[in-house]
Design a protein around this ligand. Structure first.
Ligand code: SF4
Ligand code: SF4
Length: 385
């Protein structure tokens, strides 16, 4: 729903939903208090505003890393009548933003349903389909010379199938984040400032800077104690994913540029990258699941835990099945393990644009906006000159 803006005749302003109104209320209290100003990027960004439009709220919600520091420091948290809980209010709006900016928008509903059951059911369903296909072809329990899985599924078939699904996932995420960006960043910035901002935002993403709680000691995960493990397990997951992605990229270059087809020896570059990344994708998601199960009930949005766990479980299973495939590729288990691994990878790609994966993309965009915005004159100070 939208209303006409009395300040700008002819312009429509969106009406806030309940979750957005709650963030607006809490940010108004925080903007008067400002005790948490040094904790993360949310509070300095907040102080550049006297009012909070829907676009501001979407931006701030995606800037919050849910570290819990401001909740544990807050003198206005429950049982105080103000009931301030910034991480929870922000988490609820974040989910709305993923759904609202999703492409195609109708698929945004999956964010609310993409839980553990859906992730595992889609992975199991696709793996079963491929197992039955191989059974019908008589390849389910056949060993291939040198563990050559292209003897079971030809390279071009796999490249076409997975390239198409991955391409769609990238397109959907790109359109979604572009919609978000255009809404929260209507003004452009000078080119020079943009370059510095891109470098700073990239460093903040690469280090997961704001998972340090603002004081360097880490998140409040389960209680008042700080822990660096949330940041570390995020690092294992992020860099594990990037290394697996690099392994696929190098293997593709080998195949098309050097005419050198898989399977590659264990000590080759793509396999070493894949093993290292795969181990990261076992340790990171396992640790994040452990932390998720112990998370303080007042942190974030309880209703989103199935989505978080579904994503974590799928990542873990993709990695575990990939490593098992490598370990047993010379045996008669090759076909079975290949079908399971490919089914799980396909499920991961299919759900990628409508799963927790989106949080990394939207948060990176919000960090970039923050790095650009902080280089601009503060509109509040400028107004008082
Ligand atoms: S979270 Fe609480 S302590 Fe922190 S700025 Fe807001 S009102 Fe103040
Ligand atoms: S939970 Fe952490 S990242 Fe989010 S607003 Fe509070 S201090 Fe900032």
């Amino acid at each position: 729903m939208q209303l006409f803006d009395p300040q700008a005749p002819g312009q429509l302003i969106p009406v806030l939903n309940l979750e957005e109104s709650e963030v607006q209320r809490q940010m108004t209290v925080c903007n008067a208090c400002r005790y948490c100003e040094g904790f993360c990027a949310v509070f300095p960004a907040m102080t550049r505003r006297l009012e909070f439009s829907q676009a501001d709220i979407h931006y701030l919600a995606n800037l919050c890393h849910n570290c819990g520091a401001c909740l544990h420091a807050c003198q206005y948290a429950a049982p105080h009548e103000f009931e301030i809980n910034v991480p929870k209010a922000m988490a609820k709006v974040r989910l709305d933003t993923y759904a609202e900016y999703a492409w195609p928008q109708v698929m945004g509903k999956l964010y609310r349903r993409n839980g553990l059951t859906l992730a595992l059911a889609s992975g199991a369903g696709l793996a079963l389909f491929l197992c039955l296909t191989l059974l019908a072809m008589g390849n389910l329990f056949t060993a291939m010379p040198g563990g050559n899985f292209y003897g079971i599924f030809p390279h071009n078939t796999l490249a076409l199938m997975f390239g198409a699904v991955f391409g769609f996932a990238v397109l959907a995420l790109t359109i979604g984040v572009r919609r978000f960006w255009r809404n929260v960043s209507p003004a452009d910035a000078p080119r020079q400032e943009k370059t510095a901002a891109v470098l700073e935002a990239t460093a903040n993403v690469a280090q997961l800077k704001y998972l340090d709680g603002g004081h360097g000691e880490g998140c409040n995960n389960a209680d008042d104690q700080f822990t660096q493990w949330r940041r570390r397990f995020h690092h294992f997951t992020f860099y594990g994913f990037m290394l697996c992605f690099a392994a696929t990229g190098v293997a593709t270059l080998y195949h098309f540029l050097l005419d050198w087809s898989a399977p590659y020896p264990v000590l080759s570059l793509p396999v070493m990258l894949g093993i290292t990344g795969g181990l990261g994708l076992l340790i990171g998601p396992a640790g994040l699941l452990w932390l998720n199960l112990r998370r303080h009930p007042e942190h974030g949005d309880e209703n989103q835990k199935p989505m978080d766990r579904g994503f974590i479980a799928l990542l873990f299973l993709v990695s575990a099945s990939g490593l098992a495939l490598l370990a047993f590729r010379d045996t008669t288990a090759l076909g079975l393990l290949l079908a399971i691994h490919l089914g799980l990878v396909m499920a991961f790609f299919l759900t990628m644009p409508y799963s927790k994966f989106a949080h990394g993309i939207f948060r990176s965009a919000a960090l970039l906006k923050y790095s650009i915005e902080k280089r601009q004159p503060n509109p509040i100070n400028a107004g008082s000159d």
